[in-house]
Design a binder for this molecule. Structure first.
Ligand code: FE2
Ligand code: FE2
Length: 418
């Protein structure tokens, strides 16, 4: 079955109606004497006459659902994937095996990421001008990102620690996409499902293209009216997605629901966790994590371990519990970009997470045990040391700190930027 929602003005003879169509306007349209909610065409009807087409067009509806496997297709519209067959519970442990080495994948991932940022920039520019957006281009970008995640999730995940302040909105969209994909991967979705999820991730903030930059980037506190405008961006986003060709239904939910909270205190609709789409719950966690760790004109970015703490504290209130647990398991206790102190008193930046042991990543040591800055950092593989020397004699992480206290910009030390 291939369900698709199309604009009512695209209905034609030969299309197969998938859901009941009822008159939306009382005293208007084809059935003035009956009024609102009268059944015009039942589920499972093939449109056979121009008369039916006219009746449908006069019924005051915006959209109608057709089944393209049983009748004629239409250009445009949104493809409905049917109910999501989500596993209720995530995998106990994120998938361990990696198909490619981190060093290799990160080179590929960096190119894919750069291309995705450009695509987001293009479509947001188009959306701002009311021009159409190429849904297939977005779908292809998403598929490519999902492919990298399924080869070696750590590569794209580590790149999300890089923020580009001048292109913040575009980088943010790609980061949220990658973080959501990483959660979904750890949860156990298929690569095909990940391709759909990624479309939602890339498009999630597209509604912001309708908000003036003076409001969006305002450094000071917002007025109530400005806040209301910003809080409408998920709804603006839904409108834009409706106008696009062949956008999967789930992308629509991710865009519309990424600021909802499981407690029902989110926006724009105040939906409860039970009503939220599971993939929107993943995007909601990814969105807040990237926002917290990013510096903005009005705030510095939080270190990853502090941002993780905030997410953890919001478990079951702001965020879905199982999604938070999956996220933390996937990201590691000390995600890439964390500034850590070792048991030797040396300090450094987490450069690569070990998927088999979250406590033993690779660390680029920047400060000696005496607090002296090293002329050049050297990389210690804590897991390898532990295996080679045993627990007693190996370096290990003693805790994390805020790199700003040591005048360190962690991004300068991530060996992933090229
Ligand atoms: Fe948003
Ligand atoms: Fe966002």
């Amino acid at each position: 079955m291939a369900k698709k929602k199309i604009s009512i003005d695209k209905i034609e003879v030969g299309m197969f109606i998938e859901a009941d169509v009822r008159d939306a306007v009382k005293g208007k349209g084809a059935t003035p004497s009956y009024g609102k909610n009268v059944l015009l065409l039942g589920k499972g009807t093939l449109v056979t006459s121009q008369n039916q087409v006219r009746r449908l067009k006069e019924a005051g509806l915006n959209e109608v659902t057709i089944d393209t496997s049983k009748g004629k297709d239409s250009a445009g519209g949104r493809v409905e994937q049917g109910p999501v067959k989500m596993k209720e519970k995530p995998k106990a442990k994120p998938p361990g095996g990696r198909k490619t080495f981190f060093r290799d994948e990160v080179q590929v991932a960096r190119k894919i990421r750069g291309a995705s940022v450009k695509i987001v920039k293009d479509f947001m520019g188009n959306a701002a001008q009311g021009a159409s957006i190429d849904g297939e281009k977005v779908a292809l970008a998403s598929k490519t990102l999902a492919g990298s995640v399924f080869r070696n999730v750590d590569a794209l995940l580590s790149l999300t620690a890089l923020k580009d302040y001048s292109e913040h909105t575009y980088t943010h969209s790609v980061n949220v996409c990658c973080l959501t994909l990483a959660i979904a991967y750890a949860w156990g979705v298929t690569e095909e499902e990940a391709g759909i999820i990624g479309v939602g991730g890339l498009l999630h903030d597209i509604g912001k293209s309708k908000i003036p930059l003076s409001v969006l980037d305002k450094p000071g506190p917002l007025t109530d009216d400005e806040r209301k405008v910003i809080m409408s961006h998920p709804l603006f986003g839904e409108e834009i997605l409706k106008s696009m060709d062949n956008v999967p239904e789930e992308a629509f939910y991710i865009t519309g629901q990424h600021h909802e909270q499981v407690s029902g205190k989110g926006y724009p609709r105040g939906m409860s966790g039970a009503d939220m789409h599971p993939w929107a719950k993943m995007a909601a966690v990814a969105d807040v994590y990237d926002a917290l760790t990013s510096a903005r004109p009005y705030k510095p970015g939080l270190p990853p371990h502090v941002a993780l703490r905030v997410i953890f504290d919001g478990k079951g209130i702001d965020f879905d519990e199982a999604v938070v647990d999956t996220f933390i398991k996937q990201l590691g206790i000390y995600p890439v970009g964390s500034f850590v102190k070792l048991n030797t008193e040396e300090m450094g930046v987490v450069m690569e997470v070990n998927p088999d042991d979250a406590m033993r990543p690779k660390v680029g040591v920047i400060f000696t045990q005496y607090g002296k800055r090293r002329p050049s950092p050297f990389v210690v593989d804590l897991y390898k040391e532990y295996k080679d020397r045993g627990e007693e004699n190996a370096r290990s992480i003693a805790g994390a700190d805020d790199p700003r206290n040591f005048k360190i910009n962690v991004e300068d030390h991530l060996d992933v930027s090229g």
